[in-house]
Design a protein around this ligand. Structure first.
Ligand SMILES: Cc1ncc(COP(=O)(O)O)c(C=O)c1O
Length: 343
């Protein structure tokens, strides 16, 4: 079993975290004269720093105890916290499998951490033989695995992910931002088995709350406590906590939306496959499709001229566009517009 405490940066171990008014008095009733708040209004009080009510609700739907849950200002805050808890700037390293979500590399640069990029194979899967020697790389602290992966859309093989977690003496972060759109099982229960695992999910995709900025990390309580130690005291606003709670009271609505999006994904995929401009539509476990075309930049620019915005991913995968699945009418508009584009 990996001893997580041994991986944590010295300054984080020694750090005395900021103690806010709500850390010192946790009660909900009384005359509050301890936080220099304005006594008037509905939004005059600081939020609950540890989002207790929200975590209780998340705990119920995810089947994970509250002490194993951390909430960040989007998954992006959690990615940054992983670097700040575990990686010494200028010394430590992180690794991922490319092409993948760009924030891992950006966060590594912000924190002055060397970033190792191991290319996925032609099926967009992890090449385990390439990874094995790297698992003992000096000063390698973090491995990011995005599954389902953005922008390729596929899940990584479970056995490959588990091999890495079980054989790496550092922290593995699995980013499951798109897992609700997949029929494959989540790794969430593996958090109980592996202490070096941080599993991330988000309210930005299937729950339709991208503007609210709430990301989830599930991990062992020691790692959750290090995140709590470093985070700004009030990282999730009261309004945002309430927005998520409201959504969690309407689980059926979110589940129906996911069903609709998955159906639309298959319909859009079938339509795109029939088109002359399409060389390949990759299978997807996300709410988007990656397609290979003859001239991605030309198609991208023509679509923009018609006010349809997709993502040109040609810089990371040759001649590929990433298309988010929209509403039925939006998908039809895209397909009809693509039909008019000459190549
Ligand atoms: C794989 C992946 N992880 C995380 C995020 C960002 O999540 P959040 O909105 O919770 O910061 C994205 C956004 O596109 C993503 O593609």
């Amino acid at each position: 079993m990996v001893d997580v405490n041994k991986l944590v940066r010295e300054n984080v171990l020694k750090l005395t975290p900021y103690s806010c008014a709500r850390d010192e008095f946790k009660g909900k009733t009384g005359i509050f004269m301890d936080a220099n708040e304005n006594p008037f209004g509905n939004l005059n009080r600081y939020p609950d720093p540890y989002q207790k009510e929200l975590k209780e609700a998340i705990s119920k739907i995810k089947g994970t105890p509250e002490e194993k849950i951390f909430l960040g200002n989007g998954s992006d805050e959690i990615i940054d916290l992983c670097f700040r808890v575990f990686c010494n700037p200028g010394i430590d390293k992180a690794l991922t499998f490319t092409p993948t979500y760009g924030m891992y590399e950006v966060s590594a640069s912000v924190n002055d951490i060397k970033f190792i990029k191991v290319p996925l194979n032609e099926s967009f899967q992890i090449d385990l033989e390439k990874v094995k020697p790297l698992l003992s790389e000096k000063n390698l602290k973090l491995i990011f695995i995005c599954s389902p992966n953005n922008p390729t859309g596929n899940c990584m093989h479970h056995s490959d992910i588990e091999y890495i977690i079980a054989n790496f003496n550092g922290i593995v972060i699995i980013d499951e931002a798109y897992i609700d759109f997949s029929d494959k099982p989540s790794f969430i229960k593996m958090v109980d088995r592996y202490h070096n695992l941080i599993l991330m999910q988000t309210f930005s995709k299937a729950f339709g709350l991208a503007s609210v900025r709430v990301g989830m990390a599930f991990s062992n309580p020691a790692i959750i406590q290090y995140f709590n130690k470093l985070k700004p005291p009030y990282n999730i606003s009261t309004i945002n906590q309430k927005a998520v709670l409201l959504k969690l009271n309407k689980v059926e609505e979110y589940k129906n939306q996911v069903i609709k999006i998955k159906k639309e994904r298959e319909r859009l995929s079938a339509n795109l496959k029939k088109m002359k401009i399409t060389e390949k539509v990759y299978p997807s476990d996300g709410n988007f499709l990656l397609i290979k075309v003859k001239n991605a930049t030309h198609i991208y620019n023509t679509l923009v001229d018609k006010c349809i915005i997709v993502r040109n991913r040609s810089s990371v995968i040759d001649n590929c566009l990433r298309i988010t699945v929209g509403k039925r009418s939006e998908n039809d508009k895209l397909v009809n517009t693509l039909k008019t584009i000459a190549i």
